[in-house]
Design a protein around this ligand. Sequence first.
Ligand SMILES: [Zn+2]
Length: 107
Amino acid sequence: MAGDKSSVKPKSSISMTLDKRTVERLRLLRKIDQKVYGEIVEKLNLAMLPVITEAEKDIKINKNAWRDAKVCPKCESGVLMKRFRRSDKKPFLSCHRFPECRHTEDI
Ligand SMILES: [Zn+2]
């Protein structure tokens, strides 16, 4: 249903959609007690780690690959990953959603 979700946009270009009531409660907590809010965000991060690790396995991405990861400019949902050309072993960037997205960049 439209209007039920609120978007939280961090500094990076990846946005996260949370339940509107959750966002309102988090905002209120941030206003009331910065320390408690900080602890909750820390716990949320820890709780998300196993989920993210599972997702990385599903899409076959090594956790170290995220260090310099950029969002794919073509499909805007994939992440550019360093790969090596089979012919000459030279590195290049390609969208992790290959073969659905065939965007590549030279390094
Ligand atoms: Zn892409």
